[in-house]
Design a protein around this ligand. Sequence first.
Ligand SMILES: [Zn+2]
Length: 213
Amino acid sequence: MNIVLFGKPGAGKGTQAPRLAERLGVPLLATGDVLRAAVRDGTPLGREAKAYMHRGDLVPDSVILGIVREKLAEPGYRNGVILDGVVRTVPQAEGMRDALATLGRKLDAVLSFDVKDDEEIVRRLAGRTICTNCQTPYTGLEPGAACAKCGGALMRRKDDEPDAVRNRLKVFAEQTAPVLDWYRRDGAKVVVVDAVGGVDEITARIVKALGKQ
Ligand SMILES: [Zn+2]
């Protein structure tokens, strides 16, 4: 079962992804993680990605998709994968389809996390903080509060400040939202799940919507 997670920033993909991986028995592949691992391990594509990063440039889609494709060819991903963060633009969606095709595979579902109210997302992300010392993430604690693990001060990521979030939502509407229409036209099974509610409740909705319950 090959699934792509889709949704606005702050829609809960990162929270649900590991839970779904466990419930469905399918490993998770997050683009950011595989990219960092390839750079750290110094694979040929990882070295290429590193060169772009050193120049302060975005790593091109072809390099990222190449790294994801190499990972998908590994035995651990043979029976399926939950892809998080890999398709944010239509060219990336096309590239992902082609990469899967070279492995004789295709997407079984696009799981779309639906949060209609953008201000709900602004509120959610404003409630996230991270320890400046040990990087532990928190929800519902104010910047400046003490980390429960190490006593370090919590801060809010610049990305999660309300103005930054509104800007990310604007980019999503312009570049990423059209990806869902592209998938529908391309014949993918698009599963839309209401992503407002409790964490367990949403996991249960997703498992049900995927017909895995
Ligand atoms: Zn800490």
